[in-house]
Design a protein around this ligand. Structure first.
Ligand SMILES: NC(=O)C1=CN([C@@H]2O[C@H](COP(=O)(O)OP(=O)(O)OC[C@H]3O[C@@H](n4cnc5c(N)ncnc54)[C@H](OP(=O)(O)O)[C@@H]3O)[C@@H](O)[C@H]2O)C=CC1
Ligand SMILES: O=C(CO)[C@H](O)[C@H](O)COP(=O)(O)O
Length: 375
C-alpha cells in the first residue's frame, strides 16, 4: 500500500463539483501543491484522471487524510453547496484543525451564516474567511474575482495565494480584503444581485429584438457579438451570443428554442432585495429580476401571466436580409414618425391602442437594432 502524503500541500480544496475542481486546477496551475477532497470519491478521481498532470495534486478519499496532507498552518477552501453542506464540511475540518489554521468558505453563503460561523470558529481559535468567488466555471479555472472576508491575520496568509489565481483588471489582481463578519459574502451577495439585474436586462433585450425587431436566433447572436465589441463588452453578453449559437444535435434547431425556459434561483438575488428593503435602498431593477425568476420558476403563475399577455404584439415576420434591412424596415420615414408620435401622445377618439402600440414597438425595434450597429 502506498504511503499517504503528510504535510505536503500548500492549500486544500473540499468540494470537487464544477467550482471546486476548477479552482483546484487554477491553484495547481500557479505552483501550489493542492490537496483535493470530495464527499463522493468519483469526483476526486475524475479530476485526477482528467487533469492530474496539470500540476501537483494530493487527492484524498478520506477527510482525515485530506487534513493530514496539508502543510501547517493549514488552509482549506470549501466549495460545496451553500447551507447545510457548508456547515457539515466546516464541522469536519474544525474538528481536525489546530489554532491558527484557516478555513475559507468560497461558496455563496448567506452573510448572516458567515457571521455566525466566523464567530463560532474564532471561539475555537480558528480563522474563518467567508469569501465570495465570482466568474463561474470559467472564472474559477482562469481567474475569478475574489471577495475575501475574515481577519487581517487570515488575509496576510491568503493574500499571495488568492492574488496569484485571481483575474486581473488594469494590471491589478481582482481580489481585496473586504473585512470581517460576513463582509466578503455581503459584497458577493450584492454582486450577484447586480448580476440578476444584468441577466434580466439581457433577457428583455433578447425579447424585444426577437418579438419586435424580428431577429431570428442567428441574427440575435450577431447582435450580442457586436454589443460585446463596444461599451457593453462583458462576460454575460459574450456567453449570451455563445448560448444563442448552440444547436440541438438531433434537430439542428437553436437549442435556446428547445430548452424549458424555466429558471430557478439559489438565494443571493432574493437576499439582496430583502436587505435593501430593510435598509430602505431602492433596488428596483434587481427586484424585478428576482420577481421575473419567481414567475419563471412557477409554471402555473406563468400560465396566468401569459394569459394576460394575449394583447402583446406577435413577433414580426422573420427578416429576409441583414439586420440593416430589418432596421430600415423598422424605422419609419420622418414624416410618418412625426405623425405616429402625435397619434400616440394624443390619441383621438377614433384611435385605438393597437396602432399606436405597434408604432411604439417598431420604434423600439429600430432603436435596438441601431444600437446593435453601435450608432
Ligand atoms: N456554479 C457556479 O457558477 C458558482 C457557484 N458558486 C458557489 O460555489 C459553491 C459550489 O458550487 P458548485 O461547484 O456549482 O457546486 P454545487 O453547489 O452544485 O454543490 C455540489 C458540491 O457540494 C458537495 N456537497 C453537498 N452537500 C454536501 C455535504 N453535506 N457534505 C459534503 N459535501 C457536500 C457535493 O458533494 P458530492 O459530490 O458528494 O455530492 C459537491 O461537491 C456553491 O456554494 C455555489 O453557490 C459560486 C460562484 C459560481
Ligand atoms: O454566484 C454565481 C455567479 O456569480 C453563480 O452563478 C450562482 O450559482 C448564481 O445563482 P443563481 O442560480 O441564484 O443565479
Amino acid at each position: 500500500m502506498s504511503e499517504k502524503p503528510v504535510g505536503v500541500a500548500d492549500i486544500g480544496v473540499v468540494g470537487m463539483a464544477v467550482m471546486g475542481s476548477n479552482l483546484a486546477r487554477n491553484l495547481a496551475h500557479h505552483g501550489n501543491t493542492t490537496a483535493v477532497y470530495n464527499r463522493t470519491d468519483a469526483k476526486t478521481d475524475e479530476l485526477i484522471r482528467d487533469h492530474g498532470s496539470e500540476g501537483e495534486f494530493v487527492p484524498s478519499h478520506d477527510i482525515d487524510d485530506f487534513v493530514a496532507s496539508l502543510k501547517k498552518p493549514r488552509v482549506a477552501i470549501i466549495m460545496v453547496q451553500a447551507g447545510k453542506g457548508t456547515d457539515a464540511v466546516i464541522e469536519q475540518l474544525a474538528d481536525r484543525f489546530e489554532p491558527g489554521d484557516i478555513i475559507v468558505d468560497g461558496g455563496n453563503a448567506n452573510f448572516h451564516d458567515t457571521i455566525r460561523r466566523e464567530h463560532d470558529l474564532r471561539e475555537r481559535n480558528l480563522n474563518f474567511a467567508g469569501t465570495g468567488i465570482s466568474g463561474g466555471e470559467e472564472g474559477a479555472l482562469n481567474g475569478p474575482s475574489i471577495m475575501p472576508g475574515g481577519s487581517d491575520e487570515a488575509w496576510d496568509r491568503l493574500k499571495p495565494i488568492l492574488e496569484s489565481i485571481a483575474a486581473e483588471a488594469e494590471g491589478e489582481p481582482c481580489v481585496t480584503h473586504i473585512g470581517t463578519d460576513g463582509a466578503g459574502h455581503f459584497v458577493k451577495m450584492v454582486h450577484n444581485g447586480i448580476e440578476y439585474a444584468d441577466m434580466q436586462l439581457i433577457a428583455e433585450a433578447y425579447d424585444l429584438l426577437r418579438r419586435v425587431g424580428g431577429h431570428d436566433t442567428a441574427g440575435l447572436a450577431d447582435v450580442f457579438d457586436e454589443w460585446n465589441q463596444g461599451d457593453l463588452e462583458s462576460y454575460l453578453i459574450e456567453i449570451t451570443a455563445e448560448v444563442l449559437r448552440q444547436q440541438d444535435a438531433e434537430t439542428g434547431k437553436p437549442l435556446v428554442d428547445l430548452i424549458l425556459d424555466q429558471a430557478g434561483s439559489k438565494g443571493t438575488g432574493v437576499w439582496t432585495v430583502q436587505n435593501a428593503v430593510g435598509l430602505g435602498i431602492p433596488v428596483s431593477g434587481i427586484g424585478e429580476a428576482v420577481f421575473a425568476r419567481a414567475v419563471s420558476s412557477k409554471p402555473k403563475q406563468r400560465e396566468a401571466v401569459q394569459a394576460l399577455e394575449k394583447g402583446r404584439p406577435e413577433p414580426v415576420a422573420k427578416p429576409t436580409g441583414s439586420r440593416t434591412t430589418c432596421a430600415q424596415r423598422s424605422t419609419p420615414p420622418r414624416s410618418s414618425r412625426t405623425r405616429r408620435a402625435s397619434t400616440s401622445s394624443s390619441p383621438g377618439p377614433s384611435s385605438t391602442a393597437g396602432p399606436s402600440t405597434r408604432a411604439r414597438s417598431r420604434r423600439s425595434g429600430a432603436r435596438a437594432a441601431s444600437s446593435a450597429r453601435g450608432s
